[in-house]
Design a protein around this ligand. Sequence first.
Ligand SMILES: C[S@@+](CC[C@H](N)C(=O)[O-])C[C@H]1O[C@@H](n2cnc3c(N)ncnc32)[C@H](O)[C@@H]1O
Length: 238
Amino acid sequence: MSDEEPAAASRRLIYGRRRGRKFSPTRETTFADWLPRLSIALPSADGVLDPAALFAQPMKAYWAEVGFGDGQHLFALAQANPEIGFLGVEPYEPGVAKLVSHIAARVSTGGPDNIRILMDDARLLLKALPDNSIARGFTLFPDPWPKKRHQWRRIVNADTLSDWARLIPPGHELRLATDVPDYQRWMLRHILAEPRFDWLAETSRDWLQRPADWPASKYEQKAIAAGRTPHYYRLRRV
Ligand SMILES: C[S@@+](CC[C@H](N)C(=O)[O-])C[C@H]1O[C@@H](n2cnc3c(N)ncnc32)[C@H](O)[C@@H]1O
């Protein structure tokens, strides 16, 4: 079987909303109260999602992270960049709930209200956004899908890279990371096959060292603790 994603006709969006164990009563209440006001409502079929319409104030630019996990990287980035509007996508409810708790604590004490969330499949957001609307994109430590017959499910693939190339204007960045050697090779193969992105690397330091403006994520820390070597890829839209 091919390692590429099946044709659109046979493709299905495989990630539903997923729930782990029960939340604490406090987290449950915060999640129920806050998620509706932070949620991104997708437009109906073929409609376009205007990121500016998601925020109360005009933002300088919009950045998007897909598969944010528990939101550690996204939240740190949003705190450091209050003038940017952040769109985060994650289908795993406990991860979303953790981020929602952090946002609720911050916004209710006067902090910036600059994160919006889609609790669903990343591809729905990537397809709904207009051209050149996202000034920086992120997919960090995506699920590895190690078996050959599952690799078409990898969220970094020719189709999503093409979506990012449509969304990110020339001169702006897409950031990818993985600690899985086979996914590192996979990412590089797909990056090099997408002419609209240049890989910003000259020496190995450029992919072995996390840049100073790139906050840590939970999976990155788990990978390092387990002795694995993350690679950090910065791609510039040509
Ligand atoms: C290995 S975790 C990494 C989480 C986080 N980026 C980090 O570095 O800590 C991969 C995440 O991608 C999410 N994910 C998987 N498929 C996805 C999809 N189609 N759209 C959005 N997120 C997805 C999973 O739920 C999971 O939280």
